[in-house]
Design a protein around this ligand. Structure first.
Ligand code: PGA
Length: 255
């Protein structure tokens, strides 16, 4: 039987709160014309107002897939001013949604309750959650890196159990946007533990991936993606630089 971890590497661009209509149009045009980027294992998580532009490209048969950066925890559409439902994201062609990103945990106080509701809403609309976990620098220094990550996973494990496909992104908080990357040995160790944990907790899940995120750039992507325990990368800052992002996509192709 093949391993649930043998599905190939994913590359997800997380634009965060950056971009403009002009910039998004130009980027999508470049991605669609580049053979390494115009692939179904490449996803682009744009800010919500630009998702429809990506959907228009999709209808012209772009090869990459659309992701969203967030979703409402309210499962049904209704009087929730400012919120965007899972149904709406599916309606504009999203395939996946980031959940539990450390910036959401930190600036919007998202924890177990709200993250569980978001996972439930996504499952109802067959959207793939990219569930993010990661320890702070203080937690790593205190020897609590694994404990922190394991707890973040345990909090939502009952929801992950319901999914046919699970993607977890390990993003050490101290490596996000800082230029500091976890050492290959640390990535290998954490990913090995995460894979073991997922295999043990989700024996029925057909496809699993553990991605790495945190200052992934053109010059370190190849080494990170070469690790057998790394099933892809979540790229923030470097995804806004198309030259770098193309190189990261190329590195994923070699795997
Ligand atoms: P970064 O962000 O690549 O800029 O460190 C990664 C992320 O937050 O997903």
């Amino acid at each position: 039987m093949s391993s649930p971890f043998s599905a190939g590497k994913l590359v997800i661009a997380n634009w965060k709160m950056h971009g403009s209509v002009t910039q998004v149009r130009a980027a999508l045009s470049v991605l669609s014309q580049d053979s390494a980027c115009n692939q179904s294992h490449i996803m682009i998580a744009l800010p919500t107002p630009y998702l429809l532009l990506a959907n228009e490209w999709q209808q012209q048969q772009a090869g990459w897939q659309i992701a969203a950066q967030d979703v409402s925890s309210f499962a049904e559409d209704g009087a929730f001013t400012g919120e965007v439902s899972a149904r709406m994201l599916a309606d504009v062609g999203c395939r996946a949604v980031l959940v539990g990103h450390s910036e959401r945990r930190q600036y919007f106080a998202e924890g177990q309750q709200v993250l569980s509701k978001k996972l439930k809403a996504l499952a109802q609309h067959h959207l793939l959650p990219i569930f993010c976990v990661g320890e702070s620098f203080a937690q790593r220094e205190a020897g609590l890196a694994w404990q922190t990550v394991e707890q973040q996973l345990d909090e939502v494990m009952p929801l992950l159990k319901e999914l046919p496909q699970v993607v977890v992104a390990y993003e050490p908080v101290w490596a996000i946007g800082t230029g500091k990357v976890a050492s290959l040995a640390d990535v290998e160790e954490m990913h090995t533990q995460l894979q073991k944990k997922l295999l043990h907790s989700l024996p029925a899940c057909a496809t699993m991936r553990v991605l790495y995120g945190g200052s992934v750039k053109a010059d370190n992507a190849e080494a990170i993606l070469a690790l057998p325990q790394v099933d892809g990368v979540l790229v923030g800052g470097a995804s806004l630089d198309l030259g770098q992002f193309k190189k990261i996509c190329q590195a994923s192709e070699k795997r």
